[in-house]
Design a protein around this ligand. Structure first.
Ligand SMILES: [Zn+2]
Length: 536
């Protein structure tokens, strides 16, 4: 692939209040490289003296690119984040975003950056500056990323290097084995850490998938004698050919995460090194990156819609077989969570989404087990169109615009998703969709919603479709073929809406993530607000 697909990201070590040094360096680096997508700050962002922060906080001074900050590593610095949701993240200043405890950020251009904030909790409890086993569990199930950011160092990372880091035994003992296992599972191309005010880079090491990982520790921001900011120019992993993916620089070593101690620890976390033949079986490089399981010994979670269906399942043609016995959405089914429903009609009803992307994220659903808009009878179709009008009016009165979304792919019961979005970002939708479609290889066509209906567009040959109806009078339709991976299709709608230019909630793409969890009480309160506001 040519360099036109390369994105540049910058990573720096502990800022510790040196915001002006960070600003100056970021400015000169952004001018030097084209295509800088973001600057990531790992380790401690705030320090003992944070006077330089004020102009940024007040918006008087602005960084030249988006800054993403991982979480605090001590109770003292955690106090600076106290007004923000530590798990979910939020804005620290105009273009300075706190990432929250852990997650993956997908940048425009397609680079995926995984991050794990703070230090590992000693007793597996939740502190604002620590991460726990469940955070590891969450990240260990995600697909391969280009870059991994952990403030804490992985245990043993220098084991195969001739030159060891200049650190005391006590410091080395504090390094994190859980992070070593995460690096073995995810096999990022770069792994950055901080916290020791030292620049250290052992030789790259080879992973079981055949690619190399470069580990780099960065010094504190502003240090004169050592490197504290690093620029990485990368083509996203999923755009690489197999040869490019496995290219090895001279001096590459075996993985440092070996030996009985490490193997025993990894096994206790449920990880075992995959057999070597997994490498030879991967003929299609695209397939390889998405679908090669990185944890062959681990059983998949049972409660999720996504994991229930194996990835190699034969994809049925539309329409789906009707069998609604244990459906989550058939109104007559015992599995329906009634407290989420806020309006019931004759043939359709409206309910809050579980694991919402944003407050009031809703679904319009047929009462009967019908698989998509295309399989609705005339009465149900008319009623759902009526729901759309009323729901737009309701959210308009609450100062929101609305984007509707339907994914007709592996969805046995039709769900028309309703995303309320701030009115000022409504016009951003078409461009944001275009950006994500390009990254993921989807081909969308746009139509005037007043004159075109889905039914007249969809070919009976396609295996499903994605349908968006924006707040600006346009519908956008992509007819699916078998070229695109299942997981990409399943998360696409939420991923687009979560974009920084729309709802800006990168940590909430996965509906099962902790940041999307709500108590039943909160769900009841939200549903009752919509019951009250629903137009009669
Ligand atoms: Zn159903």
């Amino acid at each position: 692939m040519g360099s036109e697909t390369n994105s540049v990201i910058l990573v720096c070590g502990d800022v510790k209040g040196k915001f002006n040094a960070l600003y100056n360096k970021a400015k000169s680096t952004v001018e030097k490289f084209k295509n800088v997508k973001a600057l990531f700050c790992i380790g401690e962002f705030f320090g003992e003296n944070n006077e330089e922060w004020d102009p940024f906080r007040k918006g008087e001074k602005r960084f030249p690119c988006s800054i993403y900050v991982t979480g605090p590593c001590s109770p003292e610095t955690a106090a600076h984040f106290d007004k923000i949701d530590v798990k979910g993240g939020g804005n620290l200043a105009e273009n300075v975003f706190f990432l929250g405890r852990r997650g993956v950020l997908s940048l425009s251009g397609g680079l995926r950056v995984m991050y794990l904030s703070g230090l590992q909790s000693k007793d597996d409890t939740d502190q604002t500056w620590t991460f726990a086993r469940r955070d590891y569990n969450y990240l260990s199930e995600l697909k391969q990323c280009d870059v991994l950011l952990t403030s804490q160092w992985p245990y043993d990372v220098y084991k195969k290097a001739d030159k060891k880091p200049n650190l005391s035994d006590d410091v080395i003992k504090g390094h994190c084995k859980t992070i070593s296992v995460l690096a073995q599972i995810n096999q990022p191309r770069y792994h950055f850490s901080a916290l020791h005010d030292t620049f250290y880079q052992p030789p790259p090491y080879r992973n079981s998938k055949g690619n190399v990982t470069r580990f780099i520790s960065l010094a504190n921001v502003g240090k004169k004698s050592e490197k504290w900011m690093y620029a990485v120019s990368l083509t996203p992993v999923w755009r690489l050919s197999k040869e490019e993916f496995r290219k090895e620089p001279a001096g590459t070593t075996e993985t440092p995460y070996t030996g009985p101690e490490m193997t025993k620890f990894a096994a206790a976390l449920g990880y075992r090194e995959p057999p070597k033949r997994a490498l030879q079986k991967a003929d299609d490089s695209r397939q390889y990156f998405y679908d090669t399981p990185s944890q062959p010994t681990k059983t998949k979670r049972k409660h999720s819609e996504i994991s229930k269906e194996p990835d190699n399942e034969v994809i049925p043609k539309m329409p789906y077989k009707l069998s609604g016995g244990d459906c989550w959405f058939c109104l007559s089914s015992p599995n329906v969570e009634k407290h989420l429903i806020y309006n019931i009609g004759t043939n359709a009803y409206a309910a809050l989404a579980k694991g919402p992307l944003i407050a009031f994220h809703s679904l319009i659903l047929p009462v009967e087990h019908l698989s998509s808009s295309l399989s609705l009878d005339e009465d149900t179709f008319t009623e759902i169109e009526g729901y759309k009008v009323k729901i737009r009016a309701m959210f308009d009165s609450m100062n929101f615009s609305v984007v509707f979304f339907e994914r007709n792919y592996r969805t046995p019961h039709m769900q028309l998703q309703v995303f309320p979005i701030p009115k000022n970002v409504g016009p951003n939708f078409a461009n944001t969709l275009k950006k994500h479609a390009t990254i993921n290889g989807f081909s969308f066509k746009s139509y005037d919603s007043a004159t075109t209906h889905l039914k007249s567009v969809i070919s009976p040959e396609c295996i499903g479709y994605l349908y968006f109806e924006d707040s600006e009078g346009q519908i956008h339709i992509c007819q699916l073929d078998k070229q695109i991976g299942n997981r990409v299709i399943l998360s696409f709608g939420r991923r687009v809406l979560a974009d920084v230019d729309l709802l800006n909630v990168p940590d909430r793409v996965d509906w099962r993530s902790e940041s999307c969890a709500m108590t039943t009480e909160a769900q009841i309160a939200m549903a009752s607000k919509l019951k009250k506001n629903f137009p009669s």
